[in-house]
Write a protein that binds this ligand. Structure first.
Ligand code: AMP
Length: 131
């Protein structure tokens, strides 16, 4: 079955896009733990991240690194935490979460409620910081 993330890649459902290239796509998590919480996905649909073939797997993490560097520049935080869960959406994805304490990356925490304008502003800031 086609995942919701394939629909996002194909622009069939909207997202707050950060960046894409031929193989990867990054967009804001709609239920963020923190401002700037971003998902990085391969365009090729694979459920388990460890089933991605090596070249694509390396490329995914290099793409995530570029996005994380941009997040670090524009979102005040000590680090950008990186987590892979994948229990909800069966399309491999890396969570990039700006953090100051371990608690900031606790997925049991109540998620932020951001307005469309806030999402757009955050996405634009990160986009502009990508090198
Ligand atoms: P998990 O599969 O457990 O890693 O969680 C999936 C993540 O995808 C959650 O943090 C959701 O908030 C996020 N998510 C689900 N649907 C969308 C969507 N349409 N746009 C952005 N993020 C989404």
């Amino acid at each position: 079955m086609t995942s919701i993330f394939v629909k996002i890649i194909n622009n069939e459902i909207p997202s707050y896009k950060i960046a894409e290239d031929d193989n990867y796509f990054a967009f804001l998590d709609i239920n963020p733990l923190a401002e700037g919480h971003t998902l990085v996905i391969p365009k090729k649909e694979t459920d388990n991240i460890f089933d991605i073939e090596d070249e694509n797997y390396k490329g995914l993490f290099l793409f995530a690194k570029k996005i994380a560097k941009a997040i670090e520049k524009v979102i005040p935080c000590k680090k950008v935490g990186i987590v892979v869960i994948g229990l909800e959406v069966p399309h491999a994805h890396i969570h990039l979460v700006p953090i100051n304490t371990i608690y900031d990356i606790d997925f049991k925490k109540t998620k932020l409620k951001l307005s469309e304008i806030q999402f757009l502003e955050i996405a634009n800031k990160i986009k502009q910081a990508i090198q």
